[in-house]
Design a protein around this ligand. Structure first.
Ligand SMILES: [Zn+2]
Length: 236
């Protein structure tokens, strides 16, 4: 069901809330924008040493994928909620696509999901579940594109199976599309993208907004005042 009044007329000076609109990939206009600054970024707390190394390397070259703290929490909690039953979960990544210094990057702001038919090794949307999904999309408050999907591999580790690769090629074939895989049992997470027809890992950062609590994982990041007007600290 649609939440009442969201798209209604402004009343008593309350600003009108514009409902989100689905922007088809073909209409996507990649805009120039400075990515979230380093003091509002962290690698995912489940990354192992090897994945952290890849993250650091990619951070120097320019990350191609940023996941909001909110989206990360939703994906993790979704996967953890079916951990005991060893069931897979799945959903869509919603966000925006930008460019900075010749690097095209995606910002995942939120996720959306619906009723699923799941086993420990497969997952698909239930019949009629798509209607629920569109309602879930309706409650997000920004214009978004589907920038990819996520699903879980409870206890199997993070990789793209042949079926996953086919899904990616069929539904998410743009260079900025990502597939996130999360294993809530082994506490592992990774993102992938198709490059030259092959699935490759795409290191990603968790980001938070300027006035959000900087707590993420086990540490509290200090807020720093940057002097570079460009908004991007030099790589260290
Ligand atoms: Zn899979």
């Amino acid at each position: 069901m649609r939440s009442p009044g969201r798209a209604g007329a402004a009343q008593g000076g309350v600003p009108l809330i514009r409902p989100p609109s689905i922007i088809a990939s073909k209409d996507l206009e990649v805009t120039d924008k400075v990515p979230p600054p380093p003091e509002r970024l962290a690698p995912h707390k489940w990354l192992g040493r090897g994945a952290l190394k890849k993250y650091c390397r990619q951070e120097r070259q320019g990350l191609e994928l940023y996941l909001s703290k909110l989206a990360e929490e939703r994906i993790r909690n979704h996967a953890l909620s079916k951990k005991e039953e060893r069931l897979e979960v799945m959903g869509f990544l919603l966000g925006t696509v930008h460019r900075f210094r010749n690097v095209t990057y995606t910002i995942v702001k939120d996720v959306a999901t619906t009723s699923l038919e799941a086993t420990s090794v497969s997952v698909r949307f239930e019949r009629g579940g798509l209607e629920d999904l569109f309602c879930a999309l309706d409650t997000t408050d920004f214009n978004y594109v589907l920038v990819g999907w996520y699903h879980s591999h409870p206890g199997h580790g993070c990789f793209l199976s042949e079926t996953d690769v086919n899904t990616q090629l069929r539904m998410f074939d743009r260079p900025w599309h990502s597939a996130m895989v999360i294993d809530p049992v082994q506490m592992d997470i990774a993102a992938f993208a198709m490059k030259d027809g092959k699935a490759v890992e795409r290191p990603f950062a968790i980001y938070w907004d300027e006035f959000q609590n900087p707590y993420y994982g086990e540490t509290v990041r200090n807020r720093r005042v940057r002097s570079d007007p460009d908004g991007m600290a030099a790589p260290q």
